[in-house]
Design a protein around this ligand. Sequence first.
Ligand SMILES: Cc1cc2nc3c(=O)[nH]c(=O)nc-3n(C[C@H](O)[C@H](O)[C@H](O)COP(=O)(O)O)c2cc1C
Length: 231
Amino acid sequence: MDLIDTLRTTGAVRDFTDEPVEDAVLARILDTARFAPSGANAQAWRLVVVKDPNLRARLRDLYLGPWVDYLTLTAAGLRPWSPVNDRDAESAALATDTGSAREAAASQGFTAHLDEVPVLLALFADLSQLAAVDRDLDHYTLAGGASVYPFAWNILLAARAEGLGGVLTTMLIREEDEVKKLLGADDPLVLAGVIALGHPVRQPRRLTRQPVESFTTIDRIDGAQFSPDTR
Ligand SMILES: Cc1cc2nc3c(=O)[nH]c(=O)nc-3n(C[C@H](O)[C@H](O)[C@H](O)COP(=O)(O)O)c2cc1C
């Protein structure tokens, strides 16, 4: 597979065929993904392959609440859980009746079938191993996750090389306490996400992304657009 083409076309896959994914294939994926970079090369990730149908069903059920909240906040014109959101506006949006959204989400699509995805991986980060350089700044911290999410993305790319597709999900972080209890994860582990993998019903080919000049400037954030000819 051409690397550039892969990087430009690896989209989120949430619909999977019934074809199972052999453990040997998953093992190969993880064996490649482990070469991801991390601060101080700490490799502070821990992964749980969730196979037990009861655990999977419980994760599916836990996913529903945050997902409905996500839809509700989005419908209210908010970026769900942005660190700088007006919390009152969020609360007001979430106070609206979401019964029909909940019903729809519970009965169809990825949310309803999360327990059936061929591979379900719970990704944890060990806080004791994260060099979170922004820990002491007076704003929401971001740097710690940067030591774990390249690993998650490597899993998705390595899966693609095996003919699989998948998606990183973070909804279940809203239910972190329950997920940790369910999977026996104690502090200082925190949930970084849940990854679904499988054989895609269809592989997304045309991803929608902003052009480089929309987010790249020269010398200053308000500087001239960086937009040389890429031909
Ligand atoms: C940090 C992160 C969190 C995400 N969380 C979720 C999630 O909870 N549920 C989900 O269905 N997709 C989730 N996604 C997938 C995004 O929705 C997807 O990457 C984005 O919409 C682009 O989709 P595309 O690559 O198919 O164009 C997440 C992606 C990232 C990188």
